[in-house]
Design a protein around this ligand. Structure first.
Ligand code: NAP
Ligand code: ZN
Length: 352
């Protein structure tokens, strides 16, 4: 075991602050990674502030971060996929049971024994797992991903959660070529959703509450932008969409978006507001529409997504910040004031 520098929260109401955490020495199948960048996901904020207490209560101290890019510094004797010096990524998962039907089907995120990168039981050291707001991490090689060499590491970090969370449901839906796809909310997930939908050949429409994001949405790949607070604009597009991805992090009227779907259209929720969203049965019945959910992606699909990004030169648009600005970044995230993902430069942790 060794000590690593990190930023952690002591309670739901305390700011993140400098701390030391234990990390295990690399065992047989482990990869030890020096973290270069870690993205800030809205899930980090939900967890740090215990906003999901009803479903997944937070254990403190909490070290968030599941959009990790770094360099391998050591590997266990049984590791075959990686060697020191490799550029790698770690997302939301660090372990699973490898034996259940979901693990065997490469959807480890749905394993009943999945271990998430932070706030999950730590099978090695006891206590809970600590995430990527840290100088290093040690992870079983099955949960470590290869990062394409042509991509900027700071912009790759958010692909490990925001990227796969938007890529996976669109791939699952089917061939989006020529389909009308809506992306609701232009934040970290939303802006990746726009990039993927465009790369998959869809006609892409962004729904935003922020009129000042209109130009960015078009630059990111949207064909049209709808300001969702304008009822006239909303009415004009009703009943015309094949697929909609809802990334909103807060309470909102999902029925307004269900009404945008055409016959057999599907809306997939990836946003995870803390309170339940009331759904109108009629909004689903008329048009035989479906409502579904999606959670990150398995390891195989995450690697496929990273390789796709390498081939198509896709990364997140990031604002790089030092770790010392993390609390300010959280406040800005709540105000939807981020273009479009914060990526923490972990070299800043050395100053602590
Ligand atoms: P984010 O960067 O904060 O983006 C969320 C966007 O939602 C905002 O930029 C804003 O877009 C819109 N929004 C925020 N508050 C709103 C409100 N009150 N009404 C309407 N729109 C609002 O967050 P993120 O990191 O993309 O995460 C989004 C959600 O997905 C979070 O709940 C997060 O926990 C969840 N998540 C789920 C998964 C999964 O596996 N399912 C994975 C990662 C994250 P506009 O300014 O354009 O309106
Ligand atoms: Zn996330």
């Amino acid at each position: 075991m060794y000590k690593a520098k990190a930023y952690s929260a002591a309670s739901a109401t305390s700011p993140l602050a400098s701390a030391e955490i234990p990390r295990r020495d690399a065992t047989e199948r482990d990869v030890q990674i020096d973290i270069l960048y870690c993205g800030i996901c809205h899930s980090d904020l939900h967890t740090v502030r215990d906003e999901w207490s009803g479903v997944m209560p937070t254990t403190y101290p909490c070290v968030p971060g599941h959009e990790i890019v770094g360099r391998v510094t050591a590997v266990g004797p049984a590791v075959t996929k990686f060697k020191p010096g490799d550029l790698v990524g770690v997302g939301c998962l660090v372990d699973s049971d490898h034996t259940c039907p979901n693990c065997k089907a490469d959807v480890e995120q749905f394993c009943n024994n999945a271990i998430f990168t932070y706030n999950s039981p730590d099978r090695h050291l006891g206590g809970i797992t600590y995430g990527g707001y840290s100088e290093s991490i040690v992870v079983d090689e099955h949960f470590v991903l290869r990062v394409p060499a042509n991509l900027d590491p700071a912009g790759v970090a958010p692909l490990l959660c925001a990227g796969i969370t938007t890529y996976s449901p669109m791939r699952r839906w089917g061939d989006l070529t020529g389909k009308k796809v809506g992306v609701v909310g232009l934040g970290g997930l939303g802006h990746m959703g726009v990039k993927f939908a465009r790369a998959f050949g869809a006609h892409v429409v962004v729904f935003t509450t922020s009129p000042n994001k209109k130009e960015d949405a078009l630059r990111l790949g949207a064909h049209e932008v709808i300001v969702s607070t304008d009822p006239e604009e909303m009415k004009r597009q009703a009943g015309t969409f094949d697929f909609i991805l809802d990334t909103i992090a807060a309470e909102h009227d999902i029925n307004a978006y269900i009404a945008m779907l055409g016959l057999d259209g599907e809306i997939t929720l990836v946003g995870a507001p803390e309170k339940p969203l009331p759904v109108s049965a009629f909004a689903l019945l008329f048009g035989r529409r479906s409502l579904s959910g999606s959670l990150i992606g398995g390891l195989k699909e995450t690697q496929e997504m990273l390789d796709f990004c390498g081939q198509h030169n896709i990364t997140a648009d990031v604002e790089i910040i030092p770790i010392q600005k993390v609390n300010e970044a959280y406040d800005r995230l709540v105000r939807s004031d981020v273009k479009y993902r914060f990526s923490i430069d972990m070299a800043s942790l050395k100053a602590e």
